[in-house]
Design a protein around this ligand. Structure first.
Ligand SMILES: [Fe+2]
Length: 125
């Protein structure tokens, strides 16, 4: 389990709230894996991906409103994640690997990519 923590805190309330929810959903997936249950896995994964894409939209809207010049490149990262997950699912990757991939991606994406727009948005408050 990984708890949302200071290291991934952006200071933007909406974004932090949504990131927290993503962490919670990733933890729920881990819990389902630990329980050895297979039935709700697809449902959990689909829900997680659906929420991830909604979150991306919110993030992109915020970046657009603030006139962040890195938006296009950032959108590309979001699209890449979506495509990577689709490919993994098509190849019927095991849910444990998908969990590990998503968790790593999210932490790294927040710390490296998201923090770039965070600084920009904060500078314009
Ligand atoms: Fe992002």
């Amino acid at each position: 389990m990984i708890e949302w923590n200071e290291e991934v805190k952006t200071g933007i309330e909406m974004i932090d709230r949504e990131h927290q929810k993503l962490f919670n959903m990733i933890n729920a997936l881990e819990q389902a894996l630990d329980n050895g249950s297979t039935a709700p896995l697809a449902q959990i994964i689909n829900g997680l991906m659906e929420y991830t894409l909604t979150h991306f939209e919110h993030e992109e809207a915020l970046c657009r409103t603030s006139g962040w010049p890195g938006l296009e490149a950032h959108q590309k990262l979001h699209r890449q994640l979506r495509d990577q997950v689709s490919a993994l699912k098509e190849n019927a990757v095991d849910p444990q690997s998908l969990h590990t991939f998503l968790l790593q991606w999210l932490v790294e994406h927040i710390q490296k990519a998201d923090m770039e727009y965070v600084h920009w948005v904060e500078g314009r408050r």
